[in-house]
Design a protein around this ligand. Structure first.
Ligand code: CA
Length: 237
């Protein structure tokens, strides 16, 4: 069995679970279905899947938010895609405490969901692994694209997958104004299906996590620009 193609689905709605199972298997994934948070977390611990698809609303003591939080804490190599029922859950799902890699709001098309799954897995294992070592420093912030590690004044700041991708793209294009659309396409790829509000949610998280040293200027009506007096690049980019 191959952990890179293993997906744990935690969803108590059998209709949705079976649909995901069928579509993901059809695309060559090994799918493990669980109907509650406790057994799902046990499975994630034992099988270390590449991805967990987690419904927010689950029966029993552990809901989807808590599953996400624990996976983030204990299994950094497992990405999390959340299934949400309401838009109001989205901020929390993507937020500081939980930091899911992506979400889809019900009802969703299975095709769209499979596209999201592939995009997440590509981001995790794809380009970053092929790029040469590169560390860029923007003031006190250091971004290591090979180790996917960010430090501020030498202290590691944990970022969700998409937060890191957004920051890396901003750093690559520092000093230039980028529209939300350009950030969506540049950081997450043309195949990313989502609204531009997602950029703002992640920008909020980056500002919160990186603090004052993150000199990102909002250009009203246009987008964002990352400014810094001192920028140095190391490695062979
Ligand atoms: Ca549910």
């Amino acid at each position: 069995m191959n952990r890179e193609t293993t997906i744990v689905v935690i969803e108590d709605d059998h209709h949705i679970a079976d649909l995901l199972d069928a579509y993901l298997r059809n695309d060559g994934f090994r799918v493990l279905l669980h109907g509650d948070g406790t057994s799902g977390l046990d499975r994630i611990a034992s099988d270390q899947p590449a991805l967990a698809i987690v419904d927010v609303g689950l029966p029993g003591a552990i809901d989807g938010f808590e599953v996400c939080r624990r996976v983030r804490q204990d299994h950094p190599n497992t990405a999390v895609l959340m299934l949400t029922a309401r838009d109001t859950e989205v901020d929390r799902v993507l937020g500081l405490e939980l930091g899911a890699d992506d979400y889809v709001t019900k009802p969703f098309s299975p095709r769209e969901l499979v596209a999201r799954v592939k995009a997440i897995l590509r981001r995790m294992g794809g380009p970053a692994a092929e790029e040469p070592a590169a560390i860029t420093r923007i003031g006190p912030i250091s971004v290591d694209t090979e180790r996917r590690e960010v430090t501020v004044d030498g202290a590691i700041v944990p970022l969700a997958t998409r937060e890191f991708d957004l920051l890396a793209h901003l750093v690559d294009h520092h000093g230039r104004v980028l529209s939300r659309r350009q950030l969506l396409d540049g950081a997450w790829g043309d195949d990313w299906i989502g609204d531009e509000r997602t950029v703002d949610v992640h920008v909020r998280q980056l500002r919160r996590k990186l603090g004052d040293s993150f000199n990102l200027v909002t250009i009203w009506g246009v987008g964002y620009r990352l400014d810094s007096a001192e920028v140095t690049a190391e490695g062979s980019r």
